[in-house]
Design a protein around this ligand. Structure first.
Ligand code: SF4
Ligand code: SF4
Length: 250
């Protein structure tokens, strides 16, 4: 268990982030279970009571009230609940008579686990490390990215001799950004986007430096610092290249 994962530090993380809306939701939930049938995890797990959406945010109250023993087992249960029993789809909020948004509160619990106890899925942890070091989730260098664009284009020469993937072109309508998995594993996706943009005469470009990866996996574990850094990188490129809009893949 992380040294920082003591009950007081956890409660202190929650307190300033529990705004009036969150506090009200935690107080007024009637435990009526009307939200139950809206949750795919509940339906897919033989309607187990533990899968009822409202039950998945119990950790906040328990930690704030200081009435639980926070040990490895407790943190493991919390981790499993917030990552493997809820994907924050927010569907239950649409059916709750009070509009209680369980997904948002599950997100707050994820944020606490990540920021206080350094607990998150291994894939998210490595993606965050890669974002911080390389500016994208696939640990590609800027040279890798530009190189991929260039050979991608060369590969298409025979079929689309006039095809272009403009890099760092200024005053365009569209700054196009991609999922970093595309240059790493699926460069054909970039080729296909280029074919469409060229066919319709789009005014577009891709940035050569940080900001071209539009994924933001840090958001899924409440790492708002990294999340903000990524968004800023993209918007910085859009401003620098004077692009009117940013388009993201998928
Ligand atoms: S979240 Fe809403 S629907 Fe679900 S148990 Fe609480 S009050 Fe009922
Ligand atoms: S937000 Fe979570 S609890 Fe609510 S319906 Fe979606 S998966 Fe189920």
């Amino acid at each position: 268990m992380s040294d920082k994962a003591d009950p007081q530090t956890m409660a202190d993380f929650f307190k300033p982030r529990l705004n009036a809306r969150f506090k009200t939701w935690l107080k007024i939930c009637a435990n009526c279970a009307l939200c139950a049938d809206t949750c795919h995890f509940y339906l897919a797990n033989d309607r187990k009571p533990e899968m009822i959406p409202a039950y998945k945010v119990r950790f906040i109250n328990e930690i704030l009230k200081g009435k639980v023993t926070i040990d490895d087992d407790y943190l493991k249960k919390m981790y499993e609940t917030v990552y493997y029993e809820c994907n924050m789809c927010r569907r239950c909020a649409l059916y709750c008579p009070f509009g209680i948004d369980i997904g948002l509160m599950v997100g707050l619990q994820r944020a606490m686990l990540h920021n206080v106890a350094d607990i998150q899925p291994a894939g998210l942890k490595s993606a965050i490390e890669s974002y911080k070091q390389f500016g994208n989730q696939m640990s590609l260098t800027q040279e890798d990215w530009v190189d991929t664009i260039e050979w991608t284009l060369e590969e298409m020469e025979d079929y689309y001799p006039t095809l272009d993937i403009p890099i760092d072109k200024e005053n365009v309508d569209l700054l196009y950004t991609v999922n970093a998995r595309e240059p790493k594993f699926y460069p054909q996706d970039i080729q296909e986007a280029a074919i469409i943009f060229n066919a319709v005469g789009e005014s577009w470009t891709v940035p050569s430096v940080d900001g071209w990866d539009d994924t933001n996996l840090a958001m899924f574990c409440g790492d708002l610092g990294t999340s903000k850094m990524l968004v800023e990188k993209t918007f910085k490129q859009a401003e620098k290249l004077k692009a009117k809009r940013v388009a993201i893949t998928e």
